[in-house]
Design a protein around this ligand. Sequence first.
Ligand SMILES: [Zn+2]
Length: 150
Amino acid sequence: MDKDYDLQCFYCTKSEPLSTLMTEVCVLDSSTVYLFHDQKNPGRCIVASNGHKTELFEFSSQERNDYFEDVSNVAKVIHELYGADKINYATYGDLAPHFHVHLVPKKVDGVSWGSPFSDTLEKVHLTEEDKTQWIATLNYHIKKYVKQKI
Ligand SMILES: [Zn+2]
């Protein structure tokens, strides 16, 4: 079986609960960027690897460098767009092992500052119009930033 694809994985199949939890922003060389629907930390995104890998040691050095270059580029854009004081980088994957990093912008004295971000606090959802606009803005700035680095 192709280890780069898992029929049971919602990141690979792009099936539920993926579309309940997040919406695609753009596809980069090594990853796919999603806007997380719970926006209590404004700008929170997920950067998922293209290809089903579950552990860092499954990536070749080049693949790992390329993937984390994408993570870094998205973090830079989020940091500037949302005025974050700190980006939290979280990767767990117990229930969704496909390798992905949560990029969670934090502000001093904002939601969950000084502690791990929480998915048990009340969720904040954007309107459909705002979500569409935020995704378009992120898409534009991420692609612009990546292109200028080439
Ligand atoms: Zn997968």
